[in-house]
Design a protein around this ligand. Structure first.
Ligand SMILES: Nc1ncnc2c1ncn2[C@@H]1O[C@H](COP(=O)(O)OP(=O)(O)OP(=O)(O)O)[C@@H](O)[C@H]1O
Length: 621
C-alpha cells in the first residue's frame, strides 16, 4: 500500500477508501490504482511454474472416483442453480485451491485453529514468491495419483505388444535387473494405451477422435519411455490394420519371387512404400543432442519391434536426411528439431499429411517464445490427421499451462507426486565466494570445488587407475561457457564448453561419457586435452575429473546418468532452471550433489529456500 501514500490519489480512490469498510462493497480499481499496483508488484518472469498443473480445464471432468467435479462459478449469477449451499465444510482442513496459493492448505484445521506446520512453511517460500518463479501443486491430487500407481507392478501389466516387451528387456533397459515401471510410466502408459486401469476423462476425444495428453514428471524419471512405448504400440497396431501396407507387402513378396526367376527381365526396383516421405509418428525435441538421445532409445526398440525410425537434426547431413525420408522402404517415426522439420515441411507439405501421433518433448521450451511459432506451425499442419498429441516436460511454466487451458481444454493431465521437486537423493551445498580465499573470484571457487570433488573417495579400481568423476558446471550466459572451460583447462582440468561452436566430435565424445551410466576410469598419467583456444596448462594436472560447462538450454533433457556432481557457477535465474540443472544429477533414484557458488550479487534467500524445499522433498514454487 506504500505507493498510494506518496502518489497522487484520484477522487475515485478516495471514495473507495472511505467506503471500503462497508460489507460486500467491491470497487473497481481506477486507472491510477491499476498503474500503481502494477508498479508496486514485481513483474513475474515469463518462466513461472504453474501451481495447478494437475487440474484439468475440462468442465465435464471427473475426479478419480468418477464423480463429476464441482466448479465454482464466478460472476454476478455464479450462485444460481446450486443445489448445495456453498459453505465450507468445517471438518475439512484442505481446500481444492489455496487462498494463499500454498499447497491447497487453507491454513486452519477443522476447529479453526491455525496449522503450525503451515506457519513453519511461511518463510520457506517468501523469496521464491517475491521472484514469482515457483508455485505449488495440489498435494491432494498427488496422493490420489500415488494410490493409482501402486496397481501396476511390472511392464507385463501394460497391454503392449509382446515384441515391445521383449525389446524393453533385451535392448532398451538391458543389463538392468528387476526393472519396474517408474511412477510416470505407471500413470502414462496405460492411459495412452487406453487400458482399463488407465486414467480416463469423460471428454478426452474431440469430434475428430483426437486425444491430448500432458506428461509432467520430475527430471530423470523415464518420461521418454512413458510416451515412446504407447506411441510405438499404436504405430504397429495401425500398420497391421492398414490395407495399403498389406497390399504393398503382397506386391513386394511377389516382386521378390519374380526377380528370383532365371529369365526375369522386368524392373529391378520396387515401387515406393506407402509411408515413403509420410511418417506417422513425429517426436519434436529442442536440441540436436536430444534428437540423438531419444533416437537411441527409439532405434533400440526398432530392432526387435521392426519399424523405421529416423533422426533429423543440424548434426545430420541433408543428404542422409533426404535419403531416409524418401527411402523406398518407407519411414515410420521421425525424431527432429522443430526448425529442421518445419523447413522440410515447407518444401514438401505431404510430410505432415499422415501424422497420427505428435509428441512435443521438453514442451515448455518448445512453446517458449523462441520456438513457439515454429512448433505451433508444425502442430497446425499435423492436426487434420492427428490421433494423439502428447506434450511432455519436467517443468510446466504458467505460460504453457495457460496456453494448454486455452488451446487444449480437454487435455488429460498426467502428473506425478514429485513434479517440480528436485530428486530427493540430491543434496545442495553452498560456497560463499565472497569469503577467503576466493574474494569474489568464482573461477577459483569453481576450481576448488572440482578439486575437492576429485578427492572424494571413489569406486574401487585397479592399480594405476583412477575413478573418474563427471561434473557439470552451469553458467547463465552462453559466452561464459568457453571462458570458464578455458580457465579450468589452464588449471589442469579436463573441461569442455558445450555450445553451438564446440566441435561436434569433441562434444559427442564428452557427452557419451557423461550419459553412460557405467563407472569410468582413467590412468594416473592421463593429461587433459587443451582446447584450441586455451593456453597450455601450467599447473597441477587432475586426471580423475571430467567437466562439461554448459548453459541450461544446452543440457536440457540430457540423460547424464554418469553425473553425480553439478556446480551452479551462477545462481539460476528461475526455479525452473534450478530444477533442470540439478536434475542432471540424481537421475533414476541415483545419489547426487549440487554446489552453488554464491557471490555478492546473488540472491541467497532463494538458495536457502530451494535447499529447504529440497530437504523437505517439496515442490519448488
Ligand atoms: N523403468 C525404468 N527403470 C530403470 N531405468 C529406467 C526406466 N525407465 C527409464 N529408465 C532410464 O532412466 C533414464 C532417464 O530417463 P529419461 O531420459 O526418459 O528421463 P526424463 O524423465 O525424460 O528426464 P528429463 O526430464 O531430464 O528429460 C534413462 O537412462 C532411461 O533408460
Amino acid at each position: 500500500m506504500r505507493p498510494f501514500r506518496s502518489a497522487p490519489i484520484c477522487p475515485s480512490c478516495l471514495f473507495a477508501t472511505a467506503i471500503r469498510n462497508i460489507p460486500n462493497f467491491v470497487s473497481r480499481p481506477c486507472a491510477a490504482q491499476k498503474f500503481l499496483s502494477t508498479r508496486a508488484t514485481a513483474t513475474p518472469s515469463r518462466m513461472v511454474l504453474s501451481h495447478d498443473v494437475a487440474r484439468s480445464s475440462n468442465r465435464d471432468a471427473r475426479d478419480h472416483s468418477g464423480k463429476k467435479r464441482q466448479w465454482k462459478s464466478a460472476g454476478p449469477f455464479g450462485g444460481m442453480n446450486q443445489t448445495v449451499a456453498p459453505t465450507r465444510d468445517p471438518t475439512r482442513s484442505w481446500t481444492p485451491r489455496a487462498r494463499d496459493g500454498r499447497d491447497g492448505r487453507d491454513g486452519r484445521d477443522g476447529r479453526g485453529k491455525r496449522d503450525n506446520t503451515q506457519r513453519k512453511d511461511e518463510p520457506r517460500t517468501k523469496a521464491m514468491k517475491m521472484r514469482g518463479s515457483l508455485a505449488t501443486i495440489p498435494y491432494g491430487h498427488r496422493s490420489r495419483t500415488k494410490s493409482r500407481m501402486t496397481e501396476i507392478e511390472s511392464f507385463d501389466n501394460f497391454e503392449l505388444l509382446p515384441s515391445i516387451k521383449d525389446a524393453l528387456s533385451r535392448d532398451v533397459l538391458k543389463d538392468m535387473v528387476g526393472i519396474r515401471p517408474t511412477p510416470i510410466q505407471r500413470i502414462a502408459v496405460p492411459t495412452l494405451l487406453d487400458q482399463k486401469n488407465g486414467r480416463r476423462s469423460s471428454r478426452t476425444e474431440d469430434s475428430k477422435g483426437r486425444k491430448e495428453f500432458l506428461l509432467a514428471a520430475e527430471t530423470g524419471s523415464g518420461k521418454t519411455l512413458a510416451y515412446l512405448l504407447p506411441v510405438v504400440n499404436a504405430l504397429k497396431k495401425a500398420e497391421a490394420a492398414d490395407p495399403a501396407i498389406a497390399a504393398y507387402r503382397e506386391y513386394f513378396n511377389k516382386q521378390m519371387e519374380a526377380m528370383k526367376e532365371p529369365g526375369y527381365t522386368g524392373p529391378r526396383e520396387f515401387d515406393p512404400h506407402p509411408t515413403t516421405g509420410r511418417p506417422k509418428v513425429i517426436i519434436l525435441v529442442p536440441t540436436a543432442e536430444l534428437v540423438t538421445q531419444v533416437g537411441r532409445v527409439a532405434k533400440a526398440l526398432s530392432h526387435e519391434v521392426k519399424f523405421k525410425a529416423s533422426l533429423f537434426s543440424a548434426n545430420i547431413s541433408a543428404k542422409v536426411i533426404n535419403a531416409s525420408m524418401y527411402s523406398p522402404t518407407g519411414i515410420d517415426l521421425i525424431i527432429a528439431t522443430p526448425h529442421l522439420l518445419s523447413s522440410m515441411a515447407d518444401s514438401d507439405p505431404n510430410i505432415l499429411s499422415r501424422v497420427s501421433h505428435l509428441v512435443i518433448d521438453e514442451a515448455d521450451s518448445l512453446f517458449d517464445r523462441g520456438f513457439s511459432p515454429i512448433t505451433t506451425s508444425i502442430l497446425d499442419r499435423a492436426l487434420p490427421s492427428m490421433k494423439q498429441l502428447v506434450l511432455c516436460s519436467a517443468t510446466i511454466p504458467k505460460r504453457l499451462d495457460n496456453y494448454m487451458r486455452s488451446q487444449f481444454p480437454d487435455i488429460v493431465r498426467l502428473t506425478t507426486p514429485n513434479l517440480h521437486a528436485i530428486p530427493r537423493r540430491v543434496i545442495l551445498g553452498v560456497i560463499d565466494v565472497n569469503k577467503h580465499p576466493y574474494h569474489n573470484n568464482k573461477n577459483l571457487a569453481c576450481l576448488d570445488a572440482i578439486y575437492s570433488i576429485s578427492k572424494e573417495p571413489g569406486r574401487q579400481v585397479d592399480d594405476g587407475e583412477l575413478d573418474v568423476k563427471r561434473i557439470m558446471v552451469f553458467v547463465n550466459e552462453r559466452e561464459q561457457t568457453q571462458e570458464v572451460a578455458d580457465y579450468l583447462v589452464t588449471n589442469g582440468v579436463k573441461a569442455i564448453a558445450l555450445h553451438r561452436d564446440t566441435p561436434e566430435k569433441r562434444q559427442s565424445e564428452m557427452l557419451d561419457s557423461f550419459t553412460a551410466g557405467v563407472p569410468m576410469t582413467a590412468s594416473i598419467n592421463d593429461k587433459p586435452d587443451a582446447s584450441p583456444t586455451s593456453p597450455p596448462s601450467r599447473r597441477r594436472i587432475l586426471p580423475n575429473a571430467q567437466v562439461i560447462v554448459a548453459t541450461d538450454l544446452a543440457s536440457r533433457g540430457i540423460d547424464t546418468l554418469g553425473v553425480r556432481h553439478v556446480i551452479l557457477y551462477d545462481v539460476p535465474h528461475t526455479t525452473i532452471d534450478f530444477i533442470h540443472r540439478l536434475g542432471r544429477a540424481g537421475r533414476m533414484g541415483r545419489r547426487g550433489r549440487g554446489i552453488v557458488l554464491a557471490g555478492s550479487q546473488d540472491h541467497r534467500d532463494i538458495i536457502a529456500e530451494v535447499r529447504e524445499s529440497m530437504f523437505r522433498g517439496q515442490a519448488l514454487l
